[in-house]
Design a binder for this molecule. Structure first.
Ligand code: PAN
Ligand code: ZN
Length: 185
């Protein structure tokens, strides 16, 4: 059984103290998810980091994490997370926005979509059965905190194969949500 414990979360940077598991995702890890291929010379660029407050992988426990997505683009698309369904499809999740400006793109297997803002103070509810991806549409790092059931797991393969029904493109003023020409193909 876990002992009660406290972690200090820097609300501006997303850094955790004590620091435990840290995952780094580079553009190479996102290749194939953007409409355009990642140019070879950009494959090493850091896109986002995930810092975990671990908890057992069962339905009784609540792991949580902070994600920091760097600002940047590949073609007209913004840096974003890989995106996933939970392996156990019915598992939900809460996202708390901490800093920066982003969008949470969600989709069901039958093609329904929702795009919600992520910024300091937003609390987003991701229901079970909704795939989710976060996109940094701003000029600063996007930082958010997520809490989810320990047995949620990750299904990345469905998104790698089919994509999301919509993509976010840089617009003149506001980012544009447009149908993904490659969705399902
Ligand atoms: C989040 C995500 C995190 C990184 O903690 O795992 O933001 O996104 P990807 O996992 O899609 O790379 C979460 O949704 N956990 O379930
Ligand atoms: Zn999730």
């Amino acid at each position: 059984m876990l002992e009660p414990h406290t972690t200090i979360l820097d609300l501006a940077t997303g850094a955790l103290e004590p620091r435990r598991e840290l995952t780094e995702r580079r553009l190479a890890d996102l290749d194939g998810l953007f409409l355009e291929p990642v140019p070879p010379e950009r494959r090493g660029e850091l896109a986002y980091t995930v810092s975990l407050i671990p908890a057992p992988a069962d339905g009784a426990n609540l792991p949580s994490s902070t994600t920091v997505i760097r600002p940047g683009r590949v073609g007209e698309e913004f840096f974003m997370t890989k995106g996933h369904f939970h392996a156990r499809r019915d598992r939900a999740e809460i996202y708390l926005g901490l800093s920066g400006e982003g969008r949470l793109v969600m989709a069901t297997a039958d093609g329904r979509t929702a795009v919600e803002p992520v910024r300091a103070g937003t609390v987003s509810y991701v229901p079970g059965h909704w795939a989710h991806r976060t996109v940094n549409v701003g000029e600063e790092p996007l930082v958010f905190y997520a809490v989810y059931p320990g047995d949620a797991g990750y299904d990345y393969a469905t998104i790698e194969d089919e994509g999301f029904p919509v993509v976010l493109l840089a617009g003149e003023a506001e980012p544009r949500v447009v149908p993904n020409p490659r969705y399902g193909s």
